[in-house]
Ligand binder design. Structure first.
Ligand SMILES: [Zn+2]
Ligand SMILES: [Zn+2]
Length: 130
């Protein structure tokens, strides 16, 4: 008769719940610079815990840049002064890449200085670069 000296009933030790265990690092393409960045498992777990709705769309650098733009807009609202910001945008008319001192709204055309002044003070006064 063999004596079994082993613990036969061994409770499975509780697996330490790592909230990130369900996730894998996920590459996402940044909508601003088109570079892939890694949405880490940890960030995804955080995202789920907070029940956030929108996965990140920008890499860290572009997110920072965007925050800086938003900040500048906020400061401008508060102080009534236009902050010196430069946003790269493509002219809707001649496709030249220009910088504009404001953050263009989506779907709103941006014109370079030349096109803007050649159009005169007519239709496109909405985007006046003053
Ligand atoms: Zn980016
Ligand atoms: Zn132009």
């Amino acid at each position: 008769m063999t004596h079994q000296d082993f613990e036969e009933i061994r409770e499975t030790p509780p697996v330490p719940t790592d909230p990130a265990a369900d996730f894998e690092d996920l590459p996402i393409q940044c909508i601003d610079c088109a570079q892939d960045f890694i949405w880490t498992a940890g960030e995804q777990a955080f995202f789920r815990d907070k029940q956030l709705q929108n996965p990140p769309k920008r890499c860290k650098e572009c997110k920072k840049a965007k925050n800086r733009r938003l900040e500048a807009i906020e400061i401008a609202k508060i102080t009534g002064k236009r902050q010196k910001i430069e946003v790269r945008a493509e002219c809707a008319r001649c496709s030249v890449v220009t910088t504009v001192p404001f953050y263009p709204c989506q779907g709103r055309p941006v014109y370079c200085r030349d096109c803007f002044s050649s159009m005169g003070s007519g239709a496109a006064s909405a985007n006046s670069i003053s």
